[in-house]
Design a protein around this ligand. Structure first.
Ligand code: HEM
Length: 221
């Protein structure tokens, strides 16, 4: 029979590993996921400069190793963060009916956009990254994605809504990351956090919708 001391040690160990998992899920959301996402949106703005500029910025890699490294550095943290996120979704419930505070609304939207982003990234990774490589032996050409964006309404709507979800999830997520890691602690600083989160949300949204607009416009040609 386990002694009281052994039982206590087991509880402490479980608590410590739960804490580490939670820290890792949170950390990976920012390094490298958020950093890479901002860079990816920026690269997509090359759509304003035409096909070859966009393809060089978004779909071409200087070396196959660089492509493999990107896949590992981005996709592995995405999977780990998603597993962590799904765990959080299953173990916490929004309480917006009981508490109608602004903070509760942001918490509920963070979880709602998590589900939307999960579905969007599943479709985006398959259709824009994997399928063209499996079926055409290479990345999706600019002309194909621009044509889809202009003439296939579901593609346009999914990209507009999916990137809206990503912009909110990332901007608000950086706010809760700053609280969770003790970057922001005082009530005064917490109140001011929205002055960073809201402009960041608008900038990310402008970058994403700007790139979509450039692809849509190019698709008409
Ligand atoms: C572009 C991809 C993604 C980025 C950049 C991203 C970024 C972030 C950031 C920065 C946070 C805040 C972390 C913290 O509070 O310490 C967060 C939270 C969260 N993410 Fe993501 N995320 C992404 C995709 C996903 C996906 C696919 C899911 C799938 C379910 C997900 C689920 C969650 C959940 C549930 C939370 C809230 C956790 C909590 O506060 O309890 N995320 N995300």
């Amino acid at each position: 029979m386990a002694t009281l001391a052994q039982a206590r040690t087991r509880t402490e160990t479980a608590r410590a590993s739960g804490f580490l998992r939670s820290r890792l899920g949170s950390f990976l959301a920012v390094f490298p996921l958020a950093v890479w996402t901002v860079n990816h949106l920026w690269n997509n703005l090359a759509a304003f400069r035409g096909a070859s500029e966009w393809e060089a910025a978004v779909t071409q890699y200087p070396h196959p190793i660089a492509q493999l490294a990107t896949a590992v550095v981005v996709l592995l943290p995405l999977v780990l963060h998603s597993v962590w996120g799904i765990g959080r979704l299953l173990t916490s419930r929004p309480n917006n009916v009981k508490y109608t505070y602004y903070g509760n609304l942001k918490y509920m939207l963070q979880r709602l956009t998590a589900v939307g982003v999960l579905l969007f990234l599943g479709a985006h990774l398959w259709l824009a990254m994997l399928q063209p490589r499996f079926t055409q032996g290479g990345p999706e050409p600019f002309s194909d994605i621009a044509h889809e964006m202009h003439f296939h309404l579901p593609t346009l709507v999914v990209y507009l809504l999916g990137t809206l979800g990503v912009a909110y999830h990332l901007a608000n997520g950086l706010g809760s990351f700053a609280m969770g890691w003790g970057v922001v602690t005082s009530q005064r600083a917490l109140n001011k956090l929205d002055w960073i989160v809201i402009p960041l949300f608008l900038i990310l949204l402008a970058m994403a919708w700007g790139a979509i607009y450039a692809l849509y416009r190019a698709g008409a040609a």
